[in-house]
Design a protein around this ligand. Structure first.
Ligand code: CP3
Length: 359
């Protein structure tokens, strides 16, 4: 048995990033401008990323603190975003508990032996606090270097992780995952429960090492109807949010195509709900209800249009966010940066958001 981690919450000293614009907005405190960062801001859109990743497989890179530090810092240096997101991947904790997984370029995570039966679950052991020394080291290096810029830790939510484990790789229709969810609900419940433990432990490792906010990616939860999400997925995600609640760091919850789930994703325990581009933020505010912040939600594809169009669309996002009535908005794209995006367009967008939202 591992020891319970030291009592977190109020006893932890406030980090150097505590009064950053990003964390102030996350707490709905007054800010000089709307903070902005981008999902997948580190990665193939940046030539400096391609250079340091040359010849290093993705998951090997995630286990090298020197590389993780450099790659995480690259978009902060270049774009002047208001937060760094830890460079890693949602499948790194699965690898840490012994799952045979690799990330195939242009494809995504591929699992050698998918998990389909109750017996397969034995391969999914708990993640212990000492299983990922390379994560603790990388976060420590980063927080020291970042100073007043906050570091966002992250993890994959139980449903999204389960979808990779059960399908064996990326999927469009999730038929094997849903077959288990509908047809073997006890096996499914045990699977997402084990994943909730792994995900909670991964987030705790990052927070204990100094991450000052966390984002739970349930990227593919949009494949589910609200009733099914509520019954089969939300309890496991709620366990994750409950597990990190004592640390008092802002908790963000994001998925793609989750317009019908936004209220439930907030109720699962998030402080801030990430919204893709399909639902305007004023409508998202209605769905999420009072007391929670929103993150988003410029359509990433807008970045391929001329600058004046990007700015018009970004202004629309800022305008819709005024429905929140305060500072509870973090500007982001509705999903990740795409590899073919022009990095200069992203740098210009950061400056524009800062300028257009100045108050
Ligand atoms: O900059 C950041 O946002 C931090 C790093 C980050 C990565 N993956 C690095 C990465 C984060 C937050 C993730 C999360 C992640 N990984 C999610 C949730 C976010 C989302 O996009 O919805 C998901 C679903 C995954 C699984 C995964 N890993 C996919 C679908 C892919 C892309 C496959 C491809 O090649 O198109 C990966 C690989 C991956 N993760 C890359 C990066 C930079 C690309 C690998 C490479 O550069 O070779």
């Amino acid at each position: 048995m591992s020891e319970t981690p030291a009592a977190p919450s109020g006893q932890r000293p406030r980090g150097a990033a505590y009064d950053s614009v990003f964390l102030r907005a996350a707490r709905n405190e007054p800010v000089p401008h709307t903070p902005v960062w981008f999902m997948r801001q580190a990665g193939r859109s940046l030539p400096e990323y391609l250079k340091v990743r040359e010849g290093v497989p993705m998951l090997d890179a995630c286990m090298r603190p020197d590389l993780v530090k450099e790659i995480t810092l690259q978009p902060v240096r270049r774009h002047k975003v208001d937060a760094a997101i830890f460079f890693s991947d949602i499948v790194v904790p699965l690898k840490a508990v012994g799952i045979d997984v690799e990330i195939k370029g242009g494809v995504g995570p591929v699992i050698a032996d998918p998990i389909r039966t109750a017996a397969d679950l034995q391969r999914l052991r708990p993640l212990e606090p000492d299983d990922m020394p390379y994560i603790t080291e990388a976060v420590g290096l980063l927080v020291a270097e970042l100073g007043a810029t906050p570091l966002i830790g992250f993890a994959g939510a139980p449903f999204t992780l389960a979808s990779y484990l059960v399908e064996g790789g990326p999927s469009k229709s999730y038929e094997n995952t849903k077959a288990m969810m509908y047809g073997a609900p006890e096996v499914w419940a045990e699977l997402v429960d084990r994943l909730a433990q792994i995900t909670s432990a991964f987030l705790k490792i990052q927070i204990e090492a100094g991450a000052s906010a966390v984002q739970l990616f349930d990227s593919w939860a949009g494949a589910l109807a609200p009733d099914e999400y509520r019954r089969s997925v939300m309890p496991a995600s709620a366990k994750v949010f409950d597990a990190v609640e004592p640390y008092g760091v802002p908790r963000i919850h994001f998925g793609v195509n989750t317009g019908e789930l936004l209220g439930l994703m907030g109720q699962a325990g998030a402080d801030i709900v990430g919204v893709d581009w399909r639902v305007p933020l004023d409508e998202a505010a209605n769905r999420v209800g009072p007391g929670k912040g929103l993150q988003g939600n410029l359509d990433p594809a807008v970045l391929y249009a001329p600058t004046h169009v990007v700015e018009t669309k970004a202004r629309e996002v800022l305008h819709a966010a005024q429905a929140l009535g305060g500072s509870h908005h973090i500007f982001n794209l509705g999903h990740g940066v795409m590899p073919t995006m022009d990095p200069d367009a992203l740098t210009r967008l950061v400056a524009f958001v800062h300028e257009a939202s100045a108050r």
